[in-house]
Each structure stands twice: as C-alpha cells, then as structure tokens.
Write a protein of this length. Structure first.
Length: 228
C-alpha cells in the first residue's frame, strides 16, 4: 500500500491532515474499493502513533468510505451506486439554486478566482493530469458555493459524496475527453459573469448528470469496485 501524501497545510492539525490524506487516497482510487487497510501500515506511512489513525478511520467510517470489522480488518468500502445517486440528487437540486443565486449576484474577487481556476484546469488537460483536474473541479464548485455564502452546504454535500466522487474519478481516468468537461466549466463561469441565469441552469443540470451514462460502462470495466 503506497499512500500519496501532499504537504500539510499550516492551518490544519495533524489528525485533520491524516484524515484528509487517507480520504483523498480513497477518492483518487489510490486506495482501491475492497482493499484492506492496516492501522499499523498507515501509522508507519505518517510516522505517527495509531491514535490519530483510529480517529481518521472513525470519521471515514461515518462517511461510509471504509468498513471496520473487529477481529477481521478494515476495508475500503465498495462503491454503492444507490449512495452515489442520492449524493447526485442532493447536489443537482441544490446546485441549480446556488447557480441561480450566483447568476444574480456574485463577488468580483471570487469570480476572479474562478477564472484563474479554469486556466489551471486547461493547463492540466494539456498535461493529462486527471487527478489535479478532479481537485480543481471540486475547488471550482466550492468557490461558487462560497461566493453565495453557502460554504456549509458544500461541506454537507462533500460528506455524502464519497461514492459519487469515486465514480467521477474513475470516469476521468477512463475517458480522456476532458475538453468537454472544461468547456462546461468555462460556460458555467461565463453564465455567472454575464448574469445569464437560464444558461447557467441549463449547463449545470447537464454537467452534473453527465456521469449517468458512464456508470454502466464503469461497472463493466471495474466490476470488483462496485457493490452488487
């Protein structure tokens, strides 16, 4: 098991950093669905005791990203299509209202950050770096929520979106037509900038449901990753 670790943010505690990194490795499919994960191995990777690892495992179990079986072991949860659909339903319906609000009023400083984010996404497409594209995709949507002062709603969506996000990761890794995704992102930001509510709602609805057509193909390609 080889964890990919990023630098610790200066503002976060060690236990929050450990949780964030394990979660990221699960979402990025670096820790694969069904894989056994060991407290000892992860403690060694972080050069720490097992206490913060147990705390991280508890948080991840609450998000249904791992399953803990006493005397048997801890496993990365298989991807549950039903849970993914619930997360998508919540996100589509809430985000349409967020985009509607953003098209009516949005702060210039965060609009500038959105445009910078799009430029970074285009650069990552050139470099074929789908993991960073995924991270920037999430950051873009989070910025829209923040611009509407709805940060806690984004946090709630993130909490239940583990399976939905893992499907998104698989889709990005399997389909290199990333230009279509970036085009949607550019059009969403353009709609906010132009205060074009109709355009924004149309694009966000289509964008968040793009994943539907790929689920069957992904289940065929990675049957071992999905809950039956």
């Amino acid at each position: 098991m080889g964890l990919e670790l990023l630098e610790n943010n200066t503002y976060e505690s060690k236990k929050d950093y450990i949780y964030r990194m394990i979660r990221k490795n699960i979402i990025d499919i670096n820790l694969k669905p069904g894989e056994v994960i060991s407290e000892n191995d992860i403690a060694n990777a972080f050069e720490t005791s097992r206490t913060p690892i147990r705390e991280a495992f508890t948080r991840l179990a609450n998000e249904e990203l791992i399953e803990i079986y006493p005397q048997k072991g801890t496993f990365v949860s298989l991807i549950d299509i039903k849970r993914a659909q619930e997360a998508k339903f919540m996100r589509v319906n809430l985000e349409k209202e967020i985009v509607r609000q953003a098209c009516r009023e949005f702060p210039d400083d965060i609009l500038f950050q959105l445009e910078a984010n799009i430029n970074q996404q285009e650069f990552c497409v050139m470099k074929e770096n789908y993991i960073t594209i995924f991270d920037l995709d999430n950051e873009m949507h989070e910025l829209i929520y923040r611009g509407c002062k709805m940060d806690r709603i984004w946090s709630a969506i993130r909490f239940i979106s583990g399976d939905y996000d893992r499907i998104r990761t698989l889709r990005l890794s399997s389909d290199t037509d990333w230009d279509a995704i970036i085009s949607d992102h550019k059009n969403i930001v353009s709609a906010i900038k132009e205060k074009d509510e109709e355009k924004g709602l149309k694009i966000i609805s289509e964008h968040l449901t793009m994943i539907d057509r790929d689920v069957v193909l992904l289940k065929e390609k990675y049957p071992e990753y999905f809950k039956q």
